[in-house]
Ligand binder design. Sequence first.
Ligand SMILES: *[C@@H]1O[C@H](CO)[C@@H](O)[C@H](O)[C@H]1NC(C)=O
Ligand SMILES: *[C@@H]1O[C@H](CO)[C@@H](O)[C@H](O)[C@H]1NC(C)=O
Ligand SMILES: *[C@@H]1O[C@H](CO)[C@@H](O)[C@H](O)[C@H]1NC(C)=O
Ligand SMILES: *[C@@H]1O[C@H](CO)[C@@H](O)[C@H](O)[C@H]1NC(C)=O
Ligand SMILES: *[C@@H]1O[C@H](CO)[C@@H](O)[C@H](O)[C@H]1NC(C)=O
Ligand SMILES: *[C@@H]1O[C@H](CO)[C@@H](O)[C@H](O)[C@H]1NC(C)=O
Ligand SMILES: [Zn+2]
Length: 551
Amino acid sequence: MLGDRFVYVAISTILAFSYYILPQKNEHYPTCPTVEIYRPLNYSENKDILDKIINDETFRNSSLYKMQQAIRINTTSFNDDLPLDVGNNLDKFQHFTKFHNFLKDEFKLVYENLQLNMVNHFGLVYIWEGSNTSMKPLLLMAHQDTSPINLKTLNQWIHEPLSGDYDGKYLYGRGSGDCKNLLIGHLEAIEELIKIGFKPRRTVILSYGFDEEISGFRNENPKFIENIYGPNSMYAIVDEGGVSLMNVGETKLAVVGTAEKGYLDLSISIEKQGGHSSIVDKRTAIGIMGQLIVEIDNNEMPTYFIDKNPTFYQYVCLAENSIDIDTKLKNDIFNSQIDQNANENVRNFINKDKYTAYAIKTSQAIDIINGGEKINALPEYVELMINSRVAVEENITIAYNKFVKDTTNIAERYNLGLNVQMAYSDEIIEVIPATEMGKLTIKPITMLEPSPITPIGDKHWEIFAGSIKHLYEELAYPDSKVVVTPGLGTGNTDTKHYWNLSDHIYRYRPGVLPSVNANSHGVNEYIEFDSHLQIIAFTFEYIQSVDALDD
Ligand SMILES: *[C@@H]1O[C@H](CO)[C@@H](O)[C@H](O)[C@H]1NC(C)=O
Ligand SMILES: *[C@@H]1O[C@H](CO)[C@@H](O)[C@H](O)[C@H]1NC(C)=O
Ligand SMILES: *[C@@H]1O[C@H](CO)[C@@H](O)[C@H](O)[C@H]1NC(C)=O
Ligand SMILES: *[C@@H]1O[C@H](CO)[C@@H](O)[C@H](O)[C@H]1NC(C)=O
Ligand SMILES: *[C@@H]1O[C@H](CO)[C@@H](O)[C@H](O)[C@H]1NC(C)=O
Ligand SMILES: *[C@@H]1O[C@H](CO)[C@@H](O)[C@H](O)[C@H]1NC(C)=O
Ligand SMILES: [Zn+2]
């Protein structure tokens, strides 16, 4: 996953001992989109295969060997990787060819039964053609590349970053959790399906980009797929995601990412006459920028607690299922849609903790400031760069306008000119002419709207969420109880390039640990190996279940 990633709700803070009292139900009483266990029709015929995947030592060993080889091939992406078509740059990506050769050697049945398309040199699109071409294909995603190792942290790695070391329980190495486990897991599941003679009715497509960690600008896989199948042509899209399984008190939550926040980078600059610093206005350009920073920080973004946001259901599900959540909070969650105070209480509660707050509001991070040249010269140009992750309740324009308003306030307060480039416009508008005090300019740099929101409560959700329940409650941890809820990503995955292909995008990968806990992108990235086997079992079951369904 790219960027600062999915940090899902750290809800453990909401637990407290209390009595269990439910408020009166009413028509606005929100309910958890609970599902029943969903199994493929042939579950009992294939029970021994599932047992093998999850419990057999020979299978585990051979699966481990595949993962170790995958980790040991260095497929790092770097932010300064050049475009593919510049000079002999293709050579610099040859490590992907090594990775492809490994896949070809290791997954012979996949290569015999699926059609492989190389897209933009190193992108992989495998098509397992179904017998009924009027059924919408299922699209499974992962990425081949990994994030870089920070050389300064090398001494903190207990196992070499690409060692693929295994200690009997955990597998270590860059890419073990993000997300070679997913890619290899798909291929292993499909090999098992081929071995039992499964022939899909519904086409299955595997799409693996090679630059997810650097925004996926070279990823032409979605365009390739859209050219063949057209827009909105996929049954569903499944990609890596955030919280696989977490304990909140006594409750086990599996959180499926059904939306992602938007992304906005912007620049605000000030130009002011320079000169010798012995003769100076009350505030230099840097001083004014300081005031603007205070203005931005003090005008906080609004918070929301409404059902448009998948996070809402996470809290509702917890309120319904947790026996150890604080009663007052529980009541406030249930009453939040009819009672302003209750709604505000919940928002204030979530907003208290930065690990939960991000989910219910647009963030604003002032990340870069540049300005000043010389100790005895007045700064003539100062630039501020801000990164903002846009709430699903808002959009780029709403978020951006907040910064325009802050900037306008400062322009007026300090008698400055103001130039504004609106979101989605190329034109810079002079709102206030430059004054002798100087002028401010605000412009957007990068914009990505919040993602469409995957519907819940339909048959697609019933199968996806029900398959997760089936995996955990019947296969991996018999006798456990798991609540599957929708949730929100703060970071953006490669799915942003696939929005045109389906309304149903699920960001989820089975396993015991959320990727943030497994040090994705950090030192000592690792997975519990059982989690990898769960990915295989889940994929094996999910493909069969969606195959049996008519569109
Ligand atoms: C289910 O299993 C039976 C018996 O093994 C087989 O004939 C049938 O094709 C299978 N159905 C599917 C959908 O895989
Ligand atoms: C699996 O691998 C371990 C460690 O190499 C080995 O001790 C064990 O005998 C293997 N098990 C099987 C069934 O091959
Ligand atoms: C992976 O390869 C790159 C060059 O492509 C190199 O800079 C980097 O150090 C390698 N990473 C590791 C962990 O060996
Ligand atoms: C953003 O939201 C505002 C207010 O709901 C709406 O008027 C505007 O059309 C939206 N912009 C986009 C690009 O969706
Ligand atoms: C999605 O489709 C729209 C309309 O055809 C097009 O403008 C846009 O570029 C497409 N997006 C992607 C990511 O392909
Ligand atoms: C093919 O799929 C379509 C759409 O689900 C369905 O209506 C049709 O009955 C299927 N045909 C066969 C032969 O299964
Ligand atoms: Zn990833």
